[in-house]
Design a protein around this ligand. Structure first.
Ligand SMILES: [Zn+2]
Length: 305
């Protein structure tokens, strides 16, 4: 058997670990819900899939990563991981090279390596989940800025974001944002089938429930996804104006709602992107889905060797 690298994806909900071949195939994958000690969980998962052919371990983690030390310096969704050196903790146990990267950056690298981004030299990846993550492939390689595209400010005096700021894209076009909007509308007495969801406890609403209600023809839910599309289009226009990418690739858990938001997202995108820059941009879906982060983290290991 050829060389393998282990890719770990530590997200706000789950930890995924996959042993990946040199051509980007998953040999074995494991997953478990996020715990209070994610590093210990990751080490246990690595133990379950590592082989004698494994040459290194890549970790994608939801937060701002100090690439030199392998420490997470900010993570609103996984505070228990902040200020721990992930590199050191994993190296002490496995004695192999370790690469630590932001999860959306790892995702983008995975798409570039073996996914939808394979044929593009420049693209921006957006992960549409509870929040919004971003990764940028520039001139064929991972752009090493923070790429916190979810915190691009799109409304000067806008609503409060999970980061503590106001008017960020994530506060308008994420799973959390649409849930907040639905709850607010229900509290105002707006007519919607969402009211009957979760046994009447609408504080338990999720993006997926709103998506299903929209498919069932619920007007409020449909309007919420149209607004989501408009704001996503504004965000994508800014990214295109900044980076002139060949593609914008959309991934994450809300991708299933594509048909509910993409038309308005494209419309807004074309209205706001500078004409010569918008011609070449393809807006497409991620092809690796939930495995992209782990695949990309493993790909970064092969690249670093
Ligand atoms: Zn923000």
């Amino acid at each position: 058997m050829g060389k393998t690298a282990v890719g770990i994806d530590i997200g706000g909900t789950n930890i995924r670990a996959s042993n990946i071949s040199e051509d980007g195939r998953i040999i074995k994958g494991l997953k478990e819900p996020l715990s209070s000690s994610p590093i210990e969980s990751a080490i246990a998962l690595i133990d379950g899939i590592i082989t004698d052919d494994t040459v290194g371990i890549g970790v994608g983690v939801a937060g701002i990563v100090d690439r030199g030390s392998g420490r997470v310096t900010l993570s609103p969704n996984i505070p228990q991981i902040v200020d721990i050196s992930i590199t050191r903790a994993i190296q002490e146990r496995f004695h192999l090279p370790v690469v630590v990267e932001n999860d959306a950056d790892a995702y983008a690298y995975g798409e570039k390596w073996v996914g939808s981004g394979k044929g593009f030299k420049d693209f921006v990846l957006l992960t549409l989940g509870t929040g919004i993550g971003g990764g940028i492939i520039y001139d064929g390689d991972l752009f090493k800025g923070a790429a916190e595209v979810g915190h691009m400010i799109i409304e000067g005096e806008g609503v409060k974001c999970a980061c503590g700021g106001y008017g960020c894209l994530e506060a308008y076009a994420s799973g959390r944002a649409i849930v907040n909007k639905a709850v607010e509308a229900i509290e105002k007495g707006q007519d919607t089938i969402l009211r009957a969801c979760c046994n009447g406890n609408f504080y338990k609403l999720t993006g997926e429930l709103i998506y299903r209600a929209a498919l069932d023809g619920d007007n409020l839910s449909r309007e919420i996804f149209r607004d989501f599309g408009r704001y996503l289009g504004i965000g994508m226009a800014t990214l295109a104006n900044l980076f002139s990418p060949e593609a914008i690739i959309l991934g994450g858990g809300l991708l299933g709602a594509w048909d509910l938001f993409i038309e308005l997202a494209r419309k807004e995108f074309h209205r706001r992107t500078l004409a010569p820059l918008q011609q070449k941009v393809s807006i497409i879906k991620s092809s690796l889905g939930q495995d992209a982060g782990a695949i990309g983290a493993a790909g970064l290991v092969f690249k670093s060797l």
